[in-house]
Design a protein around this ligand. Sequence first.
Ligand code: GLU
Length: 502
Amino acid sequence: MEQIRVRFAPSPTGPLHIGGVRTALYNYLFAKKNGGTFILRIEDTDQARFVEGAEEYIMESLEWCGIKVDEGIREGGNYGPYRQSDKKEIFRQYADMLINKGDAYYAFDTPEELEGMRKDLEKAGKTFIYNAELRDKLINSLSLKENEWKEKLEKGEPYVIRYKMPRNEDIHFDDIIRGHIVVNTGTLDDKVLFKSDRMPTYHLAHIVDDHLMKISHVIRGEEWLPSLPLHIMLYRSFGWDPPLFAHLPLLLKPDGKGKLSKRDGDKMGFPVFPLFWPYGETAKGYREDGYYPEAFINMLVLLGWNPGTEQEIFSMDELINAFSIDRVGKSGSRFDPEKAKWFNHQYLQNKTNTQIAIEFRDYLRSHGYQDDIIRLEALVGLVKERVSFVKDLWEQTDFFFRAPDSYDQEVVKKRWKEDSAKLLIELRSQLENMVDFSAASTEPVIKAWIEKNGYNTGAIMNAFRLVIVGTLRGPHIYDIISWIGKDETIKRIDKGVTLLSK
Ligand code: GLU
């Protein structure tokens, strides 16, 4: 079988959208599943849209996601350069080849002239398309006499090179996801292949590069499907076999209406980029929001691909095993921010308490607290089910580290009774005598004491929790007092009794 070679070919025009990460991921999984090669190619021939820092951002994003590049600008390889601006001259040679074959031509129309023509036609209720119908009325090497256009070239007048799209021909081609497609060339325009800044356009550059890099499958976003007829024509003009194509469905907004955008993320508070974007208009990232890369990837892979089973949690190796392009759907997938959190929750629950404790230790330091790892492990065990992110552990555990300095007034009003102070003082003396302060030891003693005296469990426990925590939240109270220890428990009871009895 032919060697599988796929590429992810982003343009460094800003942060990489998660839809782009998904494209990279599907390419990567497809390559690895089939023993192939995954290539990262930087398509930076559009100088006007180039953004400093974007190239590094792309590479760092893939690295964070665990998508390993086999060939690229960092990794090297036998099919470089892997950055298109590093091989402008090569593209020019291929544009010339098309001109020599008669499949492309020089066009000298200025942007203003084209705009004027567009307006005139619109006034007459027609649309302007630079194509076989109109090209004779425009200024190019097909409409001008040979000596005229040659003179323009010699004088150094700016020009572009356009593809000469045939007037009326059906183009047949196949897409792995969408099946057989037929498009008539009459609906297409003479696309620019080479610009006046002497850079190729995407259309020319990627065809040449895919050919030179021996790409076997082009897996990319659906937004490129309308350009595919032109790409097929270019392959034909060059006399090359095209690769196989798979156009991936869109990632949709949470309400399903249109493409997922940064604005949706800003509005609803979720990131649409893998990493924080620090330049210009900054943007949130999954990494900085506390997501595990494995959870992020797991969430993303299921937006468009389905395994055909009930399984939802997949490691990268399991994905490589299970992935098949035939199970990528045609219709767009709705992004669900809650589901993204759910995935992180699952991955967090599957970590050991030690792993989480090590991460949590860093958050704690930023709040000015520290503790040894064994104690943190125990603490994590008490609360981890309640959180989806390590950073949320603090909200669940702050009262373990510091005594409350105020008490929830609603709770006080409802739960602090005439006899609460007296009961807590009695409870205090029960606890004071205990040597083993584990929950297993304190709980039965307190329960027996309550029972013996015929006290109301709820009333005592609410008052107790109020002085220990400051409000009615947190895990099992006996686990809390065991963790904070006897001295601290006694201190909090004393403080609460004093303050609340005033
Ligand atoms: N540079 C194009 C993009 O960023 C690549 C499209 C393709 O994969 O052919 O969308």
